[in-house]
Design a protein around this ligand. Structure first.
Ligand SMILES: [Zn+2]
Ligand SMILES: [Zn+2]
Length: 269
């Protein structure tokens, strides 16, 4: 019995899903619960899209739905996925603390204000240099901002790498900087997320981050893992969650956590 802690509804600029459809589908998939984590991507470059969250209405609307649709067998929680950039961290902290959110994901979607989702990003330099810079940005972001609970989809940039060979190892070529990120996360007593979104459409052979990085987190003393499919439509809720328990057990974990009122609660895998 798992819990999907990462999903988007039509409060996110890149989703048309109605929140109640997400809830009903999550229930039908036999989950213990679900957590809405709509995008808060402040100062996202306008030429790439629109990611401003309707901050006034988001928490009240999702929290009302959560209360109406939670019972003894299924729980709905309300969170945010914060797209971190060093120059917006004060505003992010204000918003995160404006309402009693259950869960905050800290994600890095932009590398020096460019989104690797778009082809133009990869024209900006040599691929390995851009990949290393992505990891450096994550370290800079979590150094500037730590008002989050779980580090979202570490190594997610590899979803968009053009050369399939480079997707095979997201860890060893960047071992030192990945170690620095994981050590920082552990020192801050934060979780890392295992995100199955990259498996959709075969963009990656593994969840984010790759098992090698999850194992290293465990070796370094990391204990907290959250699960998320990063669904933007109801059908993608809990996508590929069937592979997650064995994968995490192979990496040394027996439990995953769900954040409620910003506090982790452990569940067996
Ligand atoms: Zn994300
Ligand atoms: Zn997301």
């Amino acid at each position: 019995m798992l819990w999907d802690n990462h999903m988007h509804s039509n409060f996110s600029g890149d989703s048309d899903a109605s929140p109640i459809d997400m809830i009903n589908t999550a229930k039908s998939k036999g989950l213990l619960g679900m957590t809405f984590t709509d995008h808060l991507d402040l100062d996202y470059p306008a030429e790439f899209g629109f990611f401003d969250l309707d901050i006034e209405n988001y928490y009240p609307a999702q929290h009302k739905l959560a209360q109406e649709n939670s019972d003894d067998s299924f729980t709905v929680l309300t969170g945010l996925e914060v797209g971190i950039q060093p120059h917006i961290v004060e505003r992010c902290s204000q918003i995160v603390n404006d309402h009693p959110y259950d869960f905050i994901i800290g994600s890095t979607h932009l590398v020096d204000k460019y989104d690797p989702y778009f082809d133009g990003f990869w024209d900006r330099g040599e691929t390995n240099t851009l990949l290393k810079r992505y990891y450096e940005c994550i370290l800079e972001n979590i150094t500037a901002f730590n008002d989050f609970d779980s580090l979202g989809h570490l190594d997610y940039i590899f979803r968009y790498v053009k050369n399939p060979e480079l997707k095979k190892d997201t860890h060893q070529p960047y071992f030192e900087i990945v170690d620095a990120i994981l050590s920082k996360i552990i020192a801050l007593d934060k979780a890392i997320e295992v995100n199955t979104g990259g498996l959709r459409g075969n963009r990656l052979p593994n969840p984010n981050p790759s098992p090698s990085i999850i194992k290293r987190y465990h070796e370094l003393g990391g204990k907290l893992i959250t699960l998320g499919a990063d669904a933007h439509t109801p059908k993608d809720i809990a996508f590929a969650f069937d592979i997650v328990p064995d994968l995490l057990k192979d990496c040394g974990f027996k439990e995953f956590v769900v954040y409620k009122n910003r506090k982790p609660e452990a569940y067996p895998l």
